[in-house]
Design a protein around this ligand. Structure first.
Ligand SMILES: Cc1cc2nc3c(=O)[nH]c(=O)nc-3n(C[C@H](O)[C@H](O)[C@H](O)COP(=O)(O)O)c2cc1C
Length: 200
């Protein structure tokens, strides 16, 4: 499967964790990696160009640090501009049907914080509900997120191991060794009529 990886970090020169993930992803065959803040420093997102890229890929990975329990602003702008009515959803909006969406994120908070009794009260998957439902509206399968918790508290060795796990996960998806429909987000029900894509 062809993977479109949209990476978003507003201060990439200060990034440690996202940078490690992006470097790992760039080494995977079948991954088209784009840095949204570098491509669109003025937020002037080109809907036609982004839609053309979406059509060429099967799995869309939104890779970002967790910011205010969500993604950095350019990801929201990308969703607002690119996923147009009549194209991605609504009457005749079928272009993304059968594709996959997944968030790959790094958090500042520890995994234990993301729990009903923890300080963040909700799990990461619960907080990602708008992505989950947006995927559903667009006829896509929404996958279990790839999460690196407490990313800035990791030792260099642990972060390297996380980046390797990320590379293996992406290459497993790209090469068809990992079946994305076996890795849906918790409780996710595929949209009606969802057609599985087979590994290339
Ligand atoms: C504006 C801002 C908002 C943040 N919001 C959250 C948050 O809601 N939850 C969390 O766990 N970490 C939060 N963090 C921490 C970042 O997610 C963390 O530092 C980042 O994932 C580390 O990756 P990096 O080294 O690539 O920057 C926030 C950081 C910033 C600067």
């Amino acid at each position: 499967m062809r993977i479109l990886l949209l990476a978003a970090h507003p201060r990439s020169s200060q990034s440690i964790a996202q940078r490690a993930l992006t470097e790992a992803a760039r080494a995977v065959k079948g991954v088209t990696a784009r840095d949204l803040y570098a491509v669109y420093p003025d937020f002037n997102i080109n809907a036609d160009a982004e839609q053309a890229l979406l059509l060429e890929h099967d799995i869309i990975v939104l890779q970002h640090p967790f910011y205010w329990y969500s993604a950095p602003a350019i990801i929201k702008e990308w969703l607002d501009i690119v996923l147009e009515s009549g194209w991605a959803y609504g009457d005749g909006g079928t272009k993304l049907h059968g594709k996959y969406l997944v968030n790959a994120l790094t958090t500042g908070g520890r995994e234990s914080f993301y729990h009903p009794e923890g300080r963040n009260r909700f799990t990461v998957e619960e907080l990602l509900a708008p992505f989950n439902q947006s995927a559903h509206l667009c006829g896509m399968a929404y996958l279990k997120p790839f999460v690196v918790y407490a990313a800035r508290k990791q030792t260099r060795e642990d972060l390297t191991a996380e980046a390797e796990a990320y590379r293996d996960w992406l290459s497993g998806l790209a090469e068809g060794r990992i079946d994305p429909t076996e890795n849906l987000a918790e409780g996710y029900v595929l949209p009606e009529g969802f057609k599985r894509r087979h590994a290339l």
